[in-house]
Design a protein around this ligand. Structure first.
Ligand code: NAP
Ligand code: MG
Length: 406
């Protein structure tokens, strides 16, 4: 076949350990034989981040801003053990954190649904996408513990020197106090990212807080979402046939469990942290969870939700075959290729992304899968294979799809 042409490049952010190995195999077996791939390549592997004093991470984020679409491999976030393992000059920050703050983005996590891997919640037949606000609240808190009697107050001094005070509590004895904040700008960005993503995917958007109890703080989230929706999105949502729906967080949780999925659930920072792990687990496997960072000005960065699968990498280094699941990483590539295709009016490229996803799902549904899925799949006939064999089976199906088309 003639390889599919690309007009604009993808920003390619390579990473670490087992996912770096899978990255290379995915390109060799599933993409390069079909697509005349154009990328701006950045090596975000820890070795190169250290060698460039982490400049490469910021460079890759700037390129993502310029080209609009990026695909990222999982990367190591250094800790004390990695300092010695990689002989680091500094404990470099999480690349995801750096990229997220440069793009001012919101992360959307979505499960890949495949026959044989049933969610624990029987009614969930469509994905639930969790959008987590990644700024402020308890993640940037200030806390005090006191053993004494005393008065706790909230004090705000504005830029003109005026003070606003509010009593928190008159303590009779020991206790704890916490101060948290958020900004209108960050909440507005979050709201826009969620609404753009809802339009992009034609899914309904749910948002929930506890504004009956938190009449100022949570109420401000609700109001900003309402205002931006009414002002900028209401008509677009109507045209796309999607809905924005607000409710209380406890009502949302109950509705989510009873639902069949198929919507975006926008969560405040803490709710998103907790609920994304619950939802991911309930869908069956972390290795089947994709993630996309969307900036308010429309930059998309796709990746798998899991890490570098370190334990498998050490086996691989020992010369053992591993059965690491590449599905979420393949879907990071298809997400990016589809988006590139849509932005460039390149339907052949967008179509390729769909075919590749179908080839992955058909392979798993035919009973050929990696060990993690074989352990939970309900298919009667299933075979656990190593990562390369699995990727080759997908490539086989993809080739047939293109050949049968003629
Ligand atoms: P992990 O890489 O997600 O793996 C944890 C365990 O989950 C694995 O040992 C494996 O279980 C299972 N698993 C995850 N992905 C799998 C896959 N694709 N196929 C099969 N099994 C899979 O988390 P981690 O070991 O805690 O972290 C390793 C490194 O990744 C750390 O350095 C961390 O900083 C980094 N990390 C990066 C990102 C990112 O870049 N977005 C996210 C999270 C973590 P078994 O061992 O039982 O088979
Ligand atoms: Mg968490």
């Amino acid at each position: 076949m003639n390889k599919i042409k690309m007009t604009a490049p993808l920003v390619e952010m390579d990473g670490d350990e087992m996912t770096r190995v899978l990255w290379k195999w995915i390109k060799e077996l599933l993409i390069l034989p079909f697509v005349d791939l154009k990328t701006q390549y950045f090596d975000l592997g820890l070795k190169n981040r250290n060698a460039t004093a982490d400049a490469v991470t910021a460079e890759s984020a700037r390129a993502a801003k310029k080209y609009g679409v990026a695909v990222k491999c999982a990367t190591i976030t250094p800790n004390a053990q990695r300092m010695t393992e990689y002989n680091l000059t500094q404990m470099w920050k999480s690349p995801n954190g750096t990229i997220r703050s440069m793009l001012d983005g919101t992360v959307f996590r979505s499960p890949i649904i495949v026959k044989g891997v049933e969610p624990y919640i029987k009614t969930w037949t469509k994905p639930i996408v969790i959008a987590r606000h990644a700024y402020g609240d308890v993640y940037k808190n200030t806390e005090i513990k006191t053993d004494k009697k005393g008065k706790a107050e909230l004090v705000f001094t504005d830029s003109d020197g005026n003070e606003t005070r509010s009593l928190i509590h008159d303590f009779e004895g020991g206790g704890i106090i916490q101060g948290i904040h958020n900004t209108d700008a960050s909440i507005l960005s979050f709201a826009r990212a969620c609404m753009n993503y809802a339009l992009d995917t034609k899914m309904d958007l749910w948002f929930a807080t506890k504004d009956t109890i938190s009449k100022v703080y949570d109420r401000n989230f609700k109001d900003i979402f309402d205002e931006v929706y009414t002002r900028e999105y209401k008509e677009k949502f109507a045209a796309a046939g999607t809905e924005y729906f607000y409710t209380l967080i406890d009502d949302a949780v109950a509705r989510v469990i009873r639902s069949s999925g198929g919507y975006i659930w926008a969560c405040k920072n803490y709710d998103g942290d907790v609920m994304s792990d619950m939802v991911a687990t309930a869908y069956g496997s972390l290795a089947m969870m994709t993630s996309v960072l969307v900036s308010p000005d429309g930059v998309f960065e796709y990746e798998a939700a899991h890490g570098t699968v370190q334990r498998h990498y050490y086996k691989y280094l020992n010369g053992e075959e591993t059965s690491t699941n590449p599905v979420a990483t393949v879907f990071a590539w298809t997400g990016a290729l589809r988006k590139r295709g849509e932005l460039d009016g390149n339907s052949e490229l967008a179509d390729f992304a769909g075919k590749l996803e179908n080839a992955v799902l058909e392979t798993v549904e035919s009973g050929v899968m990696t060990g993690d899925l074989a352990a939970i799949s309900s298919l009667p006939e299933k075979k656990s294979v190593d990562s390369q064999t699995f990727l080759k089976a997908i490539a086989g199906k993809l080739t047939v799809m293109y050949e049968s088309k003629g």
